[in-house]
Design a protein around this ligand. Structure first.
Ligand SMILES: Nc1ncnc2c1ncn2[C@@H]1O[C@H](COP(=O)(O)OP(=O)(O)O)[C@@H](O)[C@H]1O
Ligand SMILES: [Mg+2]
Length: 264
């Protein structure tokens, strides 16, 4: 459904060489992956490995130097229709929910933004009140949350609102970039349970970017390891123990150590 084909991305580095002009720093090297409908693909890598850059390429925000992004076989960056197709089908939830929600907007207005997108796309009028209540219920919040401002919510509640906004436009795919990373462990599990439930209910496809292996094993079907801009491995989560990737092995070992320490 969504496909990356040999994506390369580089940024101009800040240091300017007076003789040769700008130097370029390559961030992604020949990254290819296919996201299958109804699955959850995890993208795992340490900080700075290029995960968010890959996410921006995937959601149409960053044109790669070379390679193709295809949605249902339509190229995203080479055609207007491809970009529109992607905008209609994909929603994004970021890590920093405190800045991704306008502090002066009430929850109802935050959700309305998503509903407008859906109205435009489906060319129909929606009963806003009813839809806002339906969305809040879907993410496990009562309807009186609609009147609150972001600062009147806990981190977990605010992230639920951001998830509600993402599903408001009726997407088929949602990209999460470290969406639960700054929540405490208990809230993380609650949000992951919510994500699993929504995925079933709304037949969604997920792309889940994180540096945390535990959430990958909880949520994802497949995992892609990114190391310094290279895909070092792509395998099903069930077979994660068989990984040959040194970084993944290290992560797995750290989890085992952590568990035994707790048991003591
Ligand atoms: N707009 C940009 N301009 C220059 N360098 C960037 C830009 N965005 C990201 N980078 C660099 O690309 C590398 C990968 O960043 P990023 O994709 O955010 O990694 P991750 O999300 O895995 O932590 C980092 O070294 C970062 O400094
Ligand atoms: Mg990032």
């Amino acid at each position: 459904m969504l496909k990356l084909d040999k994506i390369c991305v580089s940024f101009r580095s800040e240091r300017q060489d007076k003789i040769f002009g700008h130097t370029k720093q390559q961030i992604l090297f020949d990254v290819s992956v296919e996201v299958k409908k109804g699955t959850c693909l995890g993208i795992l890598g340490e900080s700075g490995s290029g995960k968010s850059t890959m996410g921006r390429v995937l959601c149409g925000l960053l044109k790669p130097d070379s390679g193709n992004v295809l949605i249902n076989d339509i190229p995203v960056y080479a055609s207007k229709s491809g970009r529109r197709e992607l905008q209609n089908k994909l929603s994004i939830v970021f890590q920093d929910y405190t800045t991704s929600a306008n502090p002066r907007f009430r929850v109802r207005d935050i959700l309305r933004e998503g509903l407008y997108v859906r109205q435009r796309k489906e060319r129909m009028r929606l009963d806003q009140e009813k839809e806002i209540n339906r969305l809040l219920e879907l993410v496990g919040l009562s309807s009186d949350f609609a009147e609150r401002f972001p600062h009147e919510l806990s981190g977990g509640q605010l992230q639920r609102v951001c998830i509600a906004r993402a599903i408001a436009c009726n997407p088929e795919i949602i990209l999460f970039d470290e969406a639960i990373s700054s929540l405490d462990a208990h809230t993380q599990v609650q949000i992951m349970d919510l994500l699993l439930e929504l995925k079933e209910k709304l037949s969604l496809t997920y792309i889940f970017i994180t540096h945390d292996l535990t959430s990958i094993t909880y949520l994802c079907d497949d995992v892609l390891f990114l190391y310094q801009g290279h895909v070092t491995e792509h395998l099903s989560v069930k077979r994660i123990n068989e990984t040959k990737d040194t970084y993944a092995k290290k992560l797995l070992e750290s989890i085992v150590v952590f568990e035994t320490e707790e048991a003591v």
